[in-house]
Ligand binder design. Structure first.
Ligand code: NAG
Ligand code: NAG
Ligand code: NAG
Ligand code: NAG
Ligand code: NAG
Ligand code: NAG
Ligand code: NAG
Ligand code: NAG
Length: 543
């Protein structure tokens, strides 16, 4: 009797400590180690932060702050009961803070059989900016620092490189930066022996949609995403396969990597019954799709939530939509085909350059951001250095870049060395440096062009002359060439210091949970509009 009880306790301990099986990709499908197909049966899990107010009626709410849902141990313990009722095997998380401790939430979810899909971007200046795209040292550093914080957990299914960065054909010039980010993050994960998948979450779209999907998975394994997420709100109310999904399904007919719905759950058709669930997980969709993520567990400002949380944070009130989703998710029969052996290996089609209308992305990607080269330049070549008087400097970098580049323009010079152009496939020598290092380049260039007149290195008190740096423009350029020796594509080293260097005040609309409410058009990111008005985008017009 005693022995039996002891064994039972021991068995419980062992089973909670057992790692979740690693999900791997074979061809265009996902599998667990037992050879069964793995479908993402998920719900998004991110309490809404503050949202920027927009005067544009077409804009959706864009987050300006966030709450890390995996850092709140009490909330995860409170919510796991409800997640188990739903029977989900995955939660999608939009923003996490690498400085927080996530042990408790990650193990609570792991013990409940729940994987996480973690977006690496953060609101405001922590994402690839669709209005002025670049792939920089500080974004890479942010992404790798987050990966370092999560790599010890067994239940990270995938990291997302971005969410809804491309919103229409004009913004497909951001695609080379998304693909370069996937390349560098994949190389880093590989160097750490991580099996986590690398994904992207796209908004729905017209002609550009399949062009983007194919572009992100073309070329080779090293430069391809592993997982394409589509935020799909086409099934509203009591819809049908042919009305809601057949068009998208055809687009992904021969897609080479797994695809899933990274958000679903249209609200314009009344109280959601989730009648799309048996179809998404049924015979018509599973040949092309690997499940989806219902939006959203937490309340959102625009009415997508399936629970309310009491003001003391202790009580969850699920809605009838929650109960409806429980019924649908619990009534699924898994379609276990094709077998892993039949799934085959992945073919990577040749990358096709944009047609200049429907798709603008060049097949030439930006290089791997190189912190060492940027530091080398700032410390030895730049004679006039940005010295912010406030720690909240990201808000002024865009203004100062605009100003400095306009000044260079009036001197007959350009900001091309710090510019990125994803359509032309041209990336200046300092294009992957942090925005504040780029600003130091522009300030130094202006100061040198002005024959080092002391007044030319002021920028209203934001710049300081570095007398120890290269003595003149020619020697600065020689030093810059030497610093450039390490540029190219390489496996990024682990980030060594906390993220520094700042960003411009560029809300990109690519971080944070949102959706287009069932409409495929008329949706504009607030951040991008702000940027066009005040941020660091205007100077690219000088090119
Ligand atoms: C993908 O969906 C299309 C359209 O329904 C279908 O014709 C095709 O057979 C599916 N793909 C596979 C591999 O079954
Ligand atoms: C959550 O609160 C809002 C606002 O008070 C209310 O309209 C909604 O019905 C509530 N939902 C649930 C699930 O209780
Ligand atoms: C459960 O799924 C079966 C088909 O697999 C369907 O016939 C039945 O209506 C579903 N039940 C509910 C309650 O949705
Ligand atoms: C100024 O130049 C020196 C010598 O190259 C370097 O060590 C120092 O870090 C630079 N200072 C700044 C603020 O960049
Ligand atoms: C965003 O800007 C702040 C300063 O305002 C800076 O500390 C932070 O490193 C920046 N983040 C990124 C990813 O550039
Ligand atoms: C940073 O500056 C911006 C613009 O000046 C302002 O809107 C924001 O509230 C500031 N953030 C902090 C944390 O002070
Ligand atoms: C720095 O630049 C900003 C933006 O142009 C400006 O508002 C500020 O007055 C300048 N000077 C200092 C000391 O911050
Ligand atoms: C795409 O979106 C951007 C940013 O909102 C906008 O400036 C541009 O005009 C849009 N292009 C098209 C073709 O709608």
């Amino acid at each position: 009797m005693r022995l039996a009880r002891f064994l039972a306790v021991a068995a419980t301990v062992v089973s909670t400590a057992r790692a979740l099986p690693t999900v791997t990709r074979a061809g265009r499908y996902l599998y667990t180690p037992d050879g069964n197909r793995f479908y993402i049966k998920g719900i998004s899990y991110q309490e809404q932060g503050q949202t920027a107010v927009s005067t544009d009626p077409n804009a959706f709410p864009e987050p300006s702050t966030y709450i890390d849902p995996l850092a709140d141990s009490a909330a995860c313990t409170r919510d796991v009961t409800y997640l188990k009722q739903l029977g989900v095997n995955a939660v999608r998380i939009y923003s996490v803070d690498s400085t927080q401790n996530h042990d408790s939430c990650m193990s609570t979810f792991s013990a409940a059989g729940i994987y996480t899909i973690i977006d690496l971007a953060l609101p405001v200046n922590g994402s690839i900016n669709r209005a002025s795209p670049s792939w920089t040292v500080n974004l890479l550093d942010l992404y790798l620092t987050t990966i370092n914080a999560f790599s010890k957990y067994d239940n990270v299914l995938a990291y997302n490189i971005g969410n809804e960065i491309v919103i229409n054909s004009t913004t497909t010039n951001t695609a080379p930066f998304i693909k370069a980010a996937a390349r560098d993050v994949k190389a880093y994960l590989k160097s750490k022996g991580s099996n986590a998948l690398v994904g992207y979450a796209s908004t729905n779209g017209d002609t550009w949609l399949s062009l983007l999907a194919n572009y992100l998975s073309c070329g080779s394994a090293d430069t391809s995403i592993d997982l394409y997420g589509l935020n799909n709100y086409n099934w509203c109310g009591d819809s049908s396969y042919s009305a809601a999904y057949s068009a998208q399904n055809t687009l992904f007919n021969n897609y080479n990597v797994p695809a899933y719905f990274s958000e679903f759950g249209c609200i314009t058709g009344g109280t959601r019954t989730w009648s799309e669930v048996p179809v998404l997980f049924g015979t018509q969709m599973t040949p092309n799709w690997s499940g989806g993520v219902a939006f959203s567990y937490f309340p959102t400002v625009d009415g997508y939530g399936m629970t309310n949380i009491s003001s003391d944070g202790k009580t969850v009130t699920p809605s009838v939509e929650f109960t409806n989703l429980v019924a649908q998710y619990s009534n699924l029969t898994t379609i276990n085909s094709p077998t892993q052996a039949a799934a085959g290996s992945t073919n990577y089609p040749t990358c096709v350059a944009g047609d200049g209308t429907n798709f603008l992305g060049s097949t030439t990607l930006p290089p791997t951001p190189n912190a060492a080269a940027c530091n080398c330049d700032v410390q030895t070549a730049f004679s006039c250095v940005f010295t912010p008087q406030t720690s909240n400097f990201s808000a002024i970098v865009g203004d100062l870049l605009n100003y400095a580049c306009a000044q260079l323009g009036s001197q007959g010079d350009t900001c091309n060395p710090i510019a990125s152009n994803g359509q032309a496939g041209t990336y200046g020598q300092f294009a992957t440096c942090s925005p504040s290092d780029q600003l130091s380049w522009a300030m130094s260039e202006f100061y040198e062009n002005s024959n080092r007149a002391p007044t030319a290195c002021s920028f209203s008190g934001n710049a300081t002359i570095n007398k120890s740096a290269a003595p003149n423009k020619a020697s600065a350029q020689a030093v810059e060439s030497a610093c450039a020796s390490q540029t190219g594509v390489f496996t990024p080293p682990a980030p060594t210091a906390p993220v520094t260097g700042g960003g411009t005040n560029q809300g990109s609309g690519s971080s944070g949970s949102h959706h287009n409410g069932g409409s495929q058009t008329g949706f504009i990111g607030m951040g991008a509009m702000m940027l066009v008005a005040v941020g660091g985008g205007a100077w690219t017009l000088l090119m």
